[in-house]
Design a protein around this ligand. Structure first.
Ligand code: NAD
Ligand code: DAU
Length: 354
């Protein structure tokens, strides 16, 4: 069995669902259920004995040690993190606690467990840490895409905290021999994406007749990856990645934010036209830029393709259409997450900007 952390969040829940759809190996899912954790994502596994859900913190060393001793996983996959850049700008503390201190405590518990394993299990054990392309900083227009050898230049409290966690993971391999793998991924999109992030926020606001907020000039570039492709990449790295290595994961889909939003509007115009016959693009609203906003990210995923034969299955065009359709088909999910704490967050973030 494997231990997944943060498996009630966007990528983690997609990973758990895909994992159990692909094979029968059980999953213990440790998630603190912050605002971003949503057990509804895992509703289809409610009666599935292969999925054990534990609400708890990766920084709770006793709890993690107990779970490891009880379930004896052959691998740990760490998704748990504070993940939203804007929140890290408003309040970095939680990012330091979970992404740095939490990862450290998790590594300590995993190291103690791994040290006590019999030799064959010790050799086969893997600890996979899920990280981000944001640790590499921002690219100029003509710079080559990020490679695994790029130096770390994180620019936001979020990316700095992820960079710190990556360094700890690296150090636990070099110092203690812990068999780690790290993946650095570009922007994901797809089902169960919390509507504080650009793509689900725009779909939600469009359907609600609200403004579609574009930070600055909207010409910032992100490299979009369909979440299920990210999940298949992680499975592949876990299966065959070289211990101690890092692998960049990306979709080869660089898009400017404004183009992404216009694409979403065009798909919505086709699938769910506005009652007044106007395009959803009429709702596009330019707002104040994000402080320290990184201009461009792009991932060179060549190492993963050359070494492990992984390639994304979706293009941006196919993935974004599936995503819009998923949100149209799941209005109840969106309604449930857009209550309470999330509303307050929208007020903090956009109240003064529109
Ligand atoms: P998310 O915010 O949707 O989910 C994070 C999950 O972690 C939530 O379920 C939350 O409850 C849980 N969590 C938070 N703090 C915890 C703690 N202390 N202990 C246990 N659980 C905790 O994030 P996501 O978008 O699914 O991202 C998952 C991972 O992938 C993160 O490490 C993120 O940095 C990384 N990543 C995300 C993207 C992206 O585009 N979303 C891209 C690259 C890398
Ligand atoms: O690159 C990987 C990263 O992608 C992950 O590590 C992060 O966890 C994930 O949140 C994501 O970070 P971004 O900051 O790129 O994602 P976000 O959806 O917040 O923003 C995408 C782009 O859109 C970014 O340039 C900011 C812009 N934006 C975002 C929002 C929420 C807007 O223009 N308007 C908005 O309302």
């Amino acid at each position: 069995m494997i231990l997944v952390t943060g498996g009630a969040g966007f990528i983690g829940s997609n990973f758990v669902l895909d994992w159990l759809a692909e094979n029968d190996e059980p999953v213990v899912n440790l998630d603190k259920l912050t605002y971003a954790g949503n057990r509804e994502n895992l509703a289809s596994l409610a009666a599935d004995p292969r999925h054990v859900f534990i609400q708890g913190d990766i920084g709770d060393a006793d709890l993690v040690a107990r779970l490891l001793a009880e379930h004896r996983p052959r691998a740990v996959v760490n998704f748990a993190a504070e993940s939203h850049v804007d929140r890290s700008i408003h309040g970095p503390e939680d990012f330091i606690q979970t992404n740095i201190v939490g990862t450290f405590r998790l590594l300590e518990a995993v190291r103690a467990y791994w040290n006590g394993l019999p030799e064959a299990e010790k050799t086969a054990f893997r600890c996979l840490h899920v990280s981000t392309d944001e640790v590499y900083g921002s690219l100029g227009k003509d710079d080559p895409a990020f490679r695994e050898t790029n130096r770390y230049e994180p620019n936001s409290p979020y990316s700095a905290s992820k960079a710190a966690s990556d360094h700890l993971v690296r150090a636990y391999h070099h110092t203690y021999g812990l068999p780690v793998l790290t993946t650095n991924c570009s922007n994901n999109y797809g089902p169960y994406h919390f509507p504080e992030k650009l793509i689900p926020l725009v779909i939600h606001n469009a359907l609600q007749g609200k403004p579609l907020p574009i930070y600055g000039d909207g010409q910032q570039i992100r490299d979009w990856l369909y979440v299920k492709d990210h999940c298949s990449a992680i499975r592949r790295v876990l299966e065959a990645g070289r211990v101690g290595e890092t692998y960049n994961v990306g979709g080869w889909n660089e898009k400017a934010n404004l183009d992404v939003v216009q694409t979403l509007c065009a798909i919505l115009d086709e699938l769910k036209p506005r009652a007044d016959g106007q395009s959803y693009a009429a709702q596009i609203t330019y707002v104040k830029d994000r402080p320290g906003h990184d201009r461009r990210y792009a991932i060179d995923a060549g190492k993963l393709e050359r070494e492990l034969g992984w390639k994304p299955a979706e293009t941006f065009e196919t993935g974004i259409r599936k995503t819009v359709q998923w949100y149209l088909d799941h209005p109840g999910w969106v309604e449930n997450v857009t209550s309470g704490a999330y509303r307050q967050w929208l007020e903090t973030q956009y109240g003064g900007k529109q």
